[in-house]
Design a protein around this ligand. Structure first.
Ligand code: C2E
Ligand code: CA
Ligand code: CA
Ligand code: CA
Length: 278
């Protein structure tokens, strides 16, 4: 802190000031990106590790600037959360993803699942369940085809309130996956109380699964944990055939990653699915 001319303290350095300016600028351009519809959604397939069949897909948001450059979600989601904009953005993603699922099922795709990421700010919003229900009613998707991905830390915090909301989601017929699993500190006893369907092994633990037998302790622990709690397990960030094979051998049910497909726009996804004969 340095002393300002009037004697009061200014608690930020020039460096922090420029960081704040940068965030304000990014927030302003996020607002205008929302207004001018420069946000869109890409979809990444999820496959059954044994049969290779497509079981579902994850909706991932993208922001493309006028100059064609992309702002990664890891940069703007935290900002959207801090400003509360995530509530509207998240609702939009949910609806778009539901519409996409209706279109895909119209192609004769059958029982595929759409996974949608839900931020904790969204999840804690008092109208979350209402919004969820109205998205179901408006798009008429079958709730059993919708899955919400929430992070481990969200599921563990504030047990009472979270439990209520999680049960509400389940009552709508929607399933729940714990995203980035293994990065938090949930205990077995906490986990078994949660009304959830799936654990999603974080990419960090999948990337440890190399050729050698030593890596991948956490991945195999999560799979074992899933087996004991009768939860499905999906691994994200699978990049190599070796990783896919190891995960399959360990008993992991599903996988997602560049090895199968990158996240794709709606039209590319359709081509990809048709080419696969899905
Ligand atoms: P996440 O939910 O853990 O999503 C997985 C991320 O890994 C995605 O990054 C995906 O594109 C990337 N990925 C998939 N396969 C591979 C692979 O084989 N290798 C590598 N290196 N990466 C892979 P993305 O799309 O940049 O999203 C980053 C994070 O932003 C997401 O992490 C999620 O936390 C958040 N996010 C994205 N879309 C939304 C959204 O609609 N709502 C909310 N609340 N968060 C979102
Ligand atoms: Ca996710
Ligand atoms: Ca992750
Ligand atoms: Ca994440």
């Amino acid at each position: 802190a340095k002393k300002s001319r009037r004697g009061s303290f200014v608690f930020f350095s020039a460096e922090m000031g420029s960081d704040i300016r940068e965030r304000v600028r990014l927030l302003q351009s996020l607002r205008s990106a929302v207004e001018s519809e420069r946000l869109f959604i890409v979809y990444q397939p999820q496959v059954d590790l044994v049969s290779g069949a497509v079981t579902g897909m994850e909706a991932l948001i993208r922001w493309r600037n006028e100059d064609g450059t992309f702002v990664p979600p890891d940069r703007f989601i935290p900002l959207a959360e801090a400003s509360g904009m995530i509530v509207a953005i998240g609702d939009w993603v949910l609806r778009m993803a539901c519409h996409e699922l209706v279109r895909l099922q119209g192609m004769g795709l059958g029982e595929v699942r759409m996974s949608v990421n839900v931020s904790q700010i969204q999840f804690r919003h008092p109208e979350f369940l209402e919004k969820l229900n109205s998205a179901l009613l408006d798009t008429r998707i079958s709730p059993s085809c919708l899955e919400l991905e929430i992070t481990e830390s969200v599921a563990m915090e504030d047990a009472e309130f979270m439990l209520e909301t999680l049960h509400g989601v389940r009552q709508l017929g929607i399933s729940i996956a714990i995203d980035d699993f293994g990065t938090g500190y949930s205990s077995l006893s906490q986990l078994r109380q949660l009304p959830i369907d799936r654990l999603k092994i974080d990419r960090a633990f999948v990337s440890e699964l190399g050729g050698d037998v030593l890596g991948g302790h956490i991945a195999s622990m999560v799979i074992e944990l899933g087996r004991n709690l009768q939860l499905k397990v999906i691994a994200e960030g699978i990049e190599t055939p070796e990783q896919a094979a190891r995960l399959k051998d360990l008993g992991c049910h599903e996988g997602q990653g560049y090895f199968y497909a990158k996240p794709m726009t709606s039209s590319l996804l359709k081509e990809w699915l048709l080419a696969r004969g899905a």
